[in-house]
Structures are given as structure tokens and as C-alpha cells.
Design a binder for this molecule. Structure first.
Ligand code: ADP
Length: 171
């Protein structure tokens, strides 16, 4: 079967793809982690466009230009803060992936790259987050032609191994 999910170990701001996904917060006004890195690399015009969007609820997504990034678009999504697992975290994380993919489809993106949403300061346990991400992406790709390829962008080797294992054991 054609492999439509690929794993890369990289800084997501370096990827020349149709869209990279940003693990943003509800304000969309920037933050630390991958959000800060994306805003630094894209330049101040990104913040200007984000400001005009007026925020984004958890589990939803918004799309902007990529400005100075090699990626054409940035899809900003807000994953849940981990509160122990009984506050709808998995549903919200899956929704963040799905809504990002829907925007990628409607903007005719062939390749889209995701960071490990919610697994930094938002504290979502990495194995559970990888499981939800892989299963939601596979379900979406099963009934959509675009995006053709989804990159799971791991920022460290441990996350790469985790994604590899999760992909092997899912679907
Ligand atoms: P959240 O608030 O959703 O938890 P973070 O930015 O704190 O978001 O972390 C999300 C994930 O992104 C973490 O696993 C972190 O290691 C990873 N990350 C941080 N910087 C980058 C980057 N430049 N490229 C790809 N992934 C990154």
C-alpha cells in the first residue's frame, strides 16, 4: 500500500511543504515552543495576519500564509491542555488534527507537516498523543484524496522512534 504518512526528524520551520501546522494557543498571538519558532522564522507579517483572526477555540484550526517560511501556508490549531485525561483531551486532540487536515484539503495542499501537538508545555503524554494523531490521520486519509502525504515532524529522536512504533502497530 502507498505510504501516505511519513516520519521526519527535523525543525518544522525548515520544511518546504504546502502547509506546516502550528501548535498554537487560543489567542493565536504566539507563544513558546514550536509556536515561537514558527513566528520567528515567518517574520512579523504572520503575527499581523493572526491578530486579524481573533483567536481560535481549542480543537479548531485557522490557516494563514507562510510568509518567510519555506512552507506556503501555516495551519494554526489549538490542542488541549492535558488535565489527566478525563476532560475530553483525546476528542479535542483528534479534532485539532482533523480540522487541520480539512483546511489542508480545502486549500489543495498535497503535503502537510504536523508537530507533536499538545506534547510540550500542554503536557499531553507522548505515547497517547502519537496514538491519537496516527489513528485520526489514517482515518482521514482513508476518505480524502488530499493531502496526498502527511509528515509527522518529530523534534527529537525519541519522538521519531515513538512514531515509528505507533505507525507499525496501528491500522
Ligand atoms: P504545546 O503547547 O501544544 O504542547 P509545544 O510547542 O510546547 O506545544 O510542543 C509541541 C511539540 O513540538 C513538542 O513535542 C516539542 O518538542 C515540539 N517542537 C518544539 N519546537 C519544534 C520545532 N521547531 N519543530 C518541530 N517540533 C517542535
Amino acid at each position: 500500500m502507498l505510504r501516505r504518512i511519513e516520519i521526519v526528524t527535523d525543525d518544522i520551520t525548515r520544511l518546504a511543504v504546502d502547509a506546516i501546522v502550528n501548535a498554537a494557543n487560543e489567542s493565536l498571538l504566539g507563544g513558546g515552543g514550536v509556536d515561537g519558532a514558527i513566528h520567528r522564522a515567518a517574520g512579523p507579517k504572520l503575527l499581523e495576519e493572526c491578530r486579524a483572526l481573533g483567536g481560535c477555540p481549542t480543537g479548531e484550526a485557522r490557516i494563514t500564509n507562510g510568509y518567510r517560511l519555506p512552507a506556503r501556508h501555516v495551519i494554526h490549531t489549538v490542542g488541549p491542555v492535558w488535565r489527566g485525561g478525563t476532560a475530553g483531551e483525546e476528542r479535542l486532540l483528534r479534532s485539532a488534527y482533523r480540522q487541520s487536515l480539512m483546511l489542508a484539503t480545502s486549500h489543495r495542499c498535497e503535503t502537510v507537516a504536523f508537530p507533536a501537538i499538545s506534547t510540550g508545555v500542554y503536557g499531553y503524554p507522548k505515547p497517547q498523543a502519537a496514538q491519537a494523531a496516527v489513528s485520526e490521520i489514517l482515518a482521514y486519509l482513508g476518505c480524502a484524496e488530499l493531502p496526498r502525504t502527511v509528515l509527522l515532524c518529530a523534534f527529537d529522536e525519541a519522538t521519531t522512534v515513538l512514531y515509528r512504533e505507533t505507525l507499525k502497530n496501528t491500522g
